[in-house]
Write a protein that binds this ligand. Sequence first.
Ligand SMILES: [Zn+2]
Ligand SMILES: [Zn+2]
Length: 624
Amino acid sequence: MSERKTLEERHQMTDLERLRHSSAHVMATAILRLWPDAQFAYGPPIETGFYYDFEMAHRITPDDFEKIEAEMKKVAKENQKFEYKAISREEAKALAESGRLGGLTERPGNPSRFKLDLIDKIPEGEQISCFQNGDFIDLCAGPHVGYTSKCKNVKLMSVSSSFYLGDESKGQLQRLYGTAFESKELLEEHLNRLEEAKKRDHRRLGRELQLFHIDEAVGQGLILWKPKGALVRRALQDFITAELDKQGYSQVFTPHIGKLDLYRTSGHFPYYQESQFPAIAERDVLEKLADEDATCATLINGLSDGTYEGYMLKPMNCPHHIKIFASEHHSYRDLPVRLAEFGTVYRWEQSGELGGMTRVRGFTQDDAHLFCTPDQVAQELVGCLDLVKKVLNTLGMDNYRVRLSLRDPESDKYVGSPENWDKAEAAIRQAVQVLGVEYTEELGEAAFYGPKIDFVVKDVIGRDWQLGTVQVDYNLPVRFNLSYVGADNQPHVPVMIHRAPFGSLERFTGLLIEHFEGKFPTWLAPEQVRVLPISDKTLEAAEEITAKLAEAGVRVSIDRCSDKIGAKIRNSRLDRVPYMLVLGAREVEEGTVSVRHRDKDDLGTRPVDEFIADLLTEIRERKL
Ligand SMILES: [Zn+2]
Ligand SMILES: [Zn+2]
């Protein structure tokens, strides 16, 4: 946030950003009417609205929001014009010295100290300007909307503390966040969406539905999958595995660590060290260095430059899979080789960035590596996209798009022959067109070692989730000296495709929890059926039905407590169990159950066997 926008960047501000930034001026005007001593610092538009940083004696709390909003509405109603005025550096400084910048009046003895500093930061030769609406004058290069009346659909969102331009030494400021939209309807839609997002927050639902737990004693960003969450994960893994089997993948298992040398070859070490857990030194190295009274720096440098060997928690599964491929001789007839693993990797995320299942330090990728001939790349990419389409459609997420990262045709930084790149890029494009997926092409965004495909899913409330990637790689096969024997009897270097289209099981499950609001479709639900005897008299019959369902492979439980049936139904609903079977004396006598669905309510009375048969079909077909 401390970077100043250049004048050019300012002119590229969208209409909505202008409106939001203008609303920050309106908010400042309102605050000054209530607390004239406020000193304003910096107030840019942000993705979800705007904020303004300021310093004043009164500490704003959410209780003040109504009062400030009411004042903002008055300023909007007064329909003040935003007037631009170019001023010299001297004029700007004089205004700031008098306390007039970021104020409604001159404020003798209370100069605009942040504005003075900001003036100093404006490069020599750049035009300095201010904007005035009503009595409020602010140092600003704009751009703004024409009149304050445009800023009437506003809402204050939150208040926090901040530092002037992020610098702790400059003292603490208050930061007030707000949002603004072009119309009342758009504002309301936004607020509803926030409300909806809060209701669906996977961290809260994960706790309430006992899906997962994060424990300080284990470590931040390390997910403990509880039994119910593990059932969801298993159902998801089984589904993906079944699709991989159909596509001719071979499943492998590899350890969670590997030698540093392996990652030196792959290039993951010593580069990217800051995003990895530190290396694990071998015991005899540690003992030897301890005997020598060596410093930590000796150890770290020795591990980095290869003087000492050690291990690393794996940040990627690729090197392990490469070693499996390299353990056998391959002829072109064996290719493609497709190695799949739900492989757990570890990355060092900053603790401030951790939260729930979406930012973690250990996660399991739906990973696979395909080793193929250059001619097979196209077909393999189609296979990858096919799988993604199948999985997302099954989950009812048909609103997604892909981003193709292609090379910059002008640059020569890429490995692999231009012919192969052309082929791969054409293949990617063709694959997305054949599948009818919406896509964008981004030139120059490819890694130096190959083009890639990213997936972005829109959830039910319209938020974008970045999933995983499919990446073509011409580099690692060379670094690891991989080869196969071609039809010409000569050795050739295979092309590798890395693919983890759903990213990680943690993140994907977090997305699913929010997407379904915890109401997983029956095939994915940790508890699919709950049997609810009306009283102890039908308990025995309920036990029998429960056993029968369990025997058929259904995830079923029974509510034995002495609550009234209404309370039992309510509890099942809270736990998001898809089906409730209510069992009274009449049902027992008739061999039926009274079926309720968590969303569809009362489905009437049905013979037990008929219900089970339909349920099994629903689960097998993975109906939504
Ligand atoms: Zn401005
Ligand atoms: Zn990989």
